[in-house]
Ligand binder design. Structure first.
Ligand SMILES: [Fe+2]
Length: 284
């Protein structure tokens, strides 16, 4: 396996692999180590079927069912992220976010396989939240150290849900769940259990406020943080090709699905894995 970084900050392409073949224990360890280091992994030309996709996910943790976008039997843990050519609404995952941070136990990461991609556009951006923490001004670090942030599942609840026509995956993404409006508290800064790198854990889509502060008081701080955490120096941008696989660490990155391919269909198959829990990443 060869590892080629994509940028100076985040992401690596792995080559010399055929993930359709059984994955040895040595390769499992090498894949986990590569993810711990680079946070986003890209492997082209794999064309995995659902069973092979699941086996790859299990290298990193137990596949989880997303209750708001469950897959069809026999693979409820696999969400098909589909945008039809004539869908003029938003795109699933448009806007910077980490996946499902409003859960009590958010997923540790995801494996995403490209099944059908547009001839251009439909890229995914990732931002390194470890680099964002390292680059954060000291006074802001002080505000966030040992503090929790409050997350709510705005698109899936009632209180903050956008109008239905603005929602992506309208047919297959569930909404109006009062439990999604419940506030969940997670540390603002997570420490990686293997590398001990610290990362900001926040989410422009789901983070509502800082612990001990109202939404209004939190707004200017959150806006400054959201801007800081997604600057180009912390990012890589993945150009998809059919058969390509990407794997990411959901506790150390944010991502953004670019909505720029109207007129073309795009279909991805995704698993989220539990792996480490958020308490494994929390300061001890
Ligand atoms: Fe996402």
């Amino acid at each position: 396996m060869r590892i080629t970084p994509i940028t100076g900050t985040i992401g690596a392409e792995l080559s010399g692999l055929d993930l359709k073949q059984p994955i040895s224990e040595d390769l499992e360890q090498a894949l986990r180590a590569a993810l711990d280091t680079h946070l986003v992994l890209v492997i082209k030309d794999q064309f995995l079927d659902a069973a092979q996709h699941r086996l790859l996910s299990e290298v990193f943790g137990k596949p989880m069912v997303n209750p708001y976008a469950p897959g069809k039997a026999p693979h409820p843990e696999m969400t098909h992220v589909i945008k039809e050519a004539d869908d003029a609404a938003g795109v699933f995952g448009g806007g910077w976010h980490t996946d499902l941070s409003f859960f009590d136990q958010p997923p540790n990461g995801s494996v995403l396989c490209a099944l059908e991609v547009p001839p251009f556009g439909g890229d995914t951006l990732f931002s390194n939240q470890q680099a964002a923490w390292d680059g954060l001004a000291a006074p802001l670090r002080e505000i966030l150290n040992e503090r929790k942030l409050i997350h709510v599942g705005k698109p899936y609840g009632i209180k903050w849900a956008p109008p239905i026509e603005e929602q992506s995956m309208k047919g297959s993404s569930l909404r109006n769940d009062p439990d999604a409006d419940r506030e969940r508290f997670h540390p603002a800064v997570l420490t990686h259990p293997v590398t001990n790198r610290r990362a900001l854990y926040l989410n422009p889509t789901y983070t509502l406020r800082l612990e001990g502060m109202s939404e209004e008081e939190s707004r200017p701080i959150l806006d400054a943080l959201f801007q800081h955490t997604t600057q180009p120096e912390y990012c890589c941008r993945l150009r998809w090709s059919e058969g390509m696989v990407a794997i990411w660490d959901n506790f150390s990155t944010q991502h953004y699905a670019v909505n720029d391919y109207y007129g073309y269909r795009r279909e991805m198959r995704r698993t989220a894995f539990s792996g480490y829990s958020i308490s494994d990443y929390s300061p001890h």
